[in-house]
Design a protein around this ligand. Structure first.
Ligand code: ITT
Length: 181
């Protein structure tokens, strides 16, 4: 049995495509202020250990914009809540370098031990919002080699190239090697 601890239904639906038996648990956990997603995830995994039965996963992701020296990065959730996609587009007004990287760190607690799996997706921030699928920064992000935003893709199309998809594929390989799924 695997649980994902999150409040984000979209995230759950993306990961469930790879692990159909996954269960969503909406429990609060502290997201510490740290310089890396890895530290945030490690702290949360340890915090949850006495509070969750069985194997569980958490996902912490962020959008790192080159021209903003990696901002919003570890602050992506707060920035999305405060200034949103409109705010990011405003910050990038007149900026030519639109390159950005999405990164996901998945923390897995499996049979008493913690493991991290990382995935990235390079791409660029476009000049307006496009598409209604997905969530968060999806309407302003076009992955490298594509012309559509993540918000203009199906969940399967996004999973094939996304930061989260890349992290999950590593975790799935790990679990298959152990006959866990
Ligand atoms: P949790 O309950 O799992 O923490 P969250 O939505 O707060 O859900 P994160 O902290 O991982 O998730 O995400 C940081 C921000 O980045 C948040 O505003 C998300 O909407 C956004 N984000 C994360 N993954 C994304 C993706 O695949 N596409 C677009 N935006 C994403």
């Amino acid at each position: 049995m695997f649980s994902i601890i999150t409040h984000n239904k979209n995230k759950y639906m993306e990961i469930k495509k790879f692990i159909p038996a996954l269960r969503m648990v909406e429990m609060e956990y502290p997201e510490i202020q740290a310089d890396t997603l890895e530290e945030v995830v490690m702290f949360a995994l340890q915090y949850l250990r006495p509070r969750i039965e069985g194997n569980y996963i958490i996902d912490d992701s962020g959008l790192f914009i080159d021209a903003l020296n990696g901002f919003p990065g570890v602050y992506s959730a707060y920035v999305f809540k405060t200034i949103g996609n409109d705010g990011i587009l405003r910050l990038l007004r007149g900026v030519e370098n639109r390159s950005a990287t999405f990164k996901t760190v998945i923390g897995l607690h499996y049979q008493g031990e913690n493991f991290l799996f990382t995935g990235i997706c390079r791409g660029s921030i476009i000049y307006e919002m496009r598409g209604n699928n997905g969530f968060g920064y999806d309407p302003i992000f076009v992955p490298e080699g594509f012309t559509r935003t993540f918000a203009e893709m199906s969940t399967s199309e996004k999973n094939a190239v996304s930061h989260r998809g890349n992290a999950i594929k590593k975790m799935v390989e790990f679990l298959k090697e152990r006959d866990a799924i």
